[in-house]
Write a protein that binds this ligand. Structure first.
Ligand code: NAD
Length: 315
């Protein structure tokens, strides 16, 4: 198997690349290092430092590596930036993806795996869990661009026979997540706890409430889905990758303090524009294929250990 992972210098993509290499697959990474880091690209992977908006460079990389499957993780992945800069978001997330799709068709790539967003694509999930049949209602340019690509994938399948699998991730956490970005509350909180700093709970609606409700999924579950999708063993075009377990931001803050045996001040801040209040995914399809996803408290163990190790190395 030859797998090309875009965004393989980032959080999720680097785990996919690493575990694919561990299976003996041949792996290449495409990344412009805009938020990813060169040291995240695992040894053994071929690295192409290119921007997916650069159509010629994308075609050259795909032609050179000749992948069987393309796992597309590279993205402008911030909801807040997409609200401020919708054109840039679309240039990377839509046009960049079309460059990859065209290069895939031109080079006989058999399957395209796409990192979509279960956290944002369904909009508000006022009660219960969003299933794959729930109608997407994007509320941000980021979610709209992901949904646009999902639709393009259907066109490329019917027009060009390019098979694809859409993976709609919940809120992903785990080792190597970047705490400096705007998302990634788990990474941000762990880093602040290691420094003994207060944690900020942004309100769901009123300052002082417990914060937004999210479904936190461990990166290893995301990798499982990606590798199975790359092998073509997921019998669905779309699959949620989430736990179905809800956590408020305050619950996460308390869980982390307990797990890290520390206690800091919680600061309650107003709602952030663009944040959906409640997002929760049905894990049914995922569970049927892979067993139950890791719970948050179980998944935090290796995450905390990794950040502790990083912290000790810097200190
Ligand atoms: P990340 O920022 O760590 O990784 C994204 C990678 O893409 C980075 O290495 C970055 O340098 C690269 N990249 C960005 N723009 C590029 C461009 N124009 N050309 C080439 N490379 C570019 O983010 P992540 O959390 O690993 O997210 C991976 C994917 O999963 C993204 O598509 C994101 O939208 C999706 N996703 C993530 C989450 C989450 O909770 N982390 C949830 C839902 C969906």
């Amino acid at each position: 198997m030859k797998l090309l992972v875009t965004g393989g210098a980032g959080f999720i993509g680097s785990h996919i690349a690493e575990q694919a290499l561990g299976r003996g697959w041949e792996v290449a990474v495409v990344d412009d290092l805009s938020s990813g880091r060169r040291e995240n690209v695992p040894a053994g992977a071929t690295f192409f430092e290119i921007d997916i908006r650069d159509r010629d460079a994308v075609f050259q990389a795909v032609e050179k590596f000749q992948p069987d499957v393309l796992s597309h993780q590279a993205a402008q992945a911030s909801v807040a930036i997409s609200v401020r800069e919708p054109v840039r978001d679309a240039e990377i997330n839509v046009i960049g993806t079309l460059n990859l799709l065209d290069a895939s068709v031109a080079n006989g790539v058999s399957r395209f795996v796409f990192a979509s967003t279960g956290g944002a694509i369904y909009g508000e999930v006022p009660s219960g869990q969003a299933t794959e049949e729930t109608a997407p209602r994007p509320l941000s340019p980021y979610a709209a661009s992901k949904f646009a690509v999902e639709n393009y994938l259907r066109c490329y399948e019917s027009e060009h026979g390019l098979q694809s699998t859409v993976l709609r991730y919940a809120n992903v956490y785990g080792p190597r997540q970047d705490p400096h970005g705007e998302a990634g509350v788990v990474a941000i909180f762990v880093k602040r706890l290691l420094a003994g700093e207060s944690l900020q709970v942004n309100a769901m609606s009123e300052v002082g409430d417990s914060g937004c409700i999210r479904d936190y999924v461990h990166v290893n579950d995301v990798v499982k889905a990606n590798l199975a999708a790359a092998e073509g063993t997921i019998p669905h075009a779309v699959i949620n990758v989430g736990t179905g377990l809800e956590s408020t931001t305050q619950h996460l803050a308390e869980l982390l303090q307990h797990a890290m045996e520390t206690s800091v001040e919680l600061k309650f801040a107003p709602r952030r524009p663009g944040d959906t209040q409640r997002s929760l995914l049905s894990p049914q399809r995922f569970t049927e294929l892979f067993g139950a996803p890791l719970t948050l408290s179980a998944g935090l163990v290796d995450t905390i250990a990794w950040f502790r190790h990083q912290h000790a190395e810097i200190a």
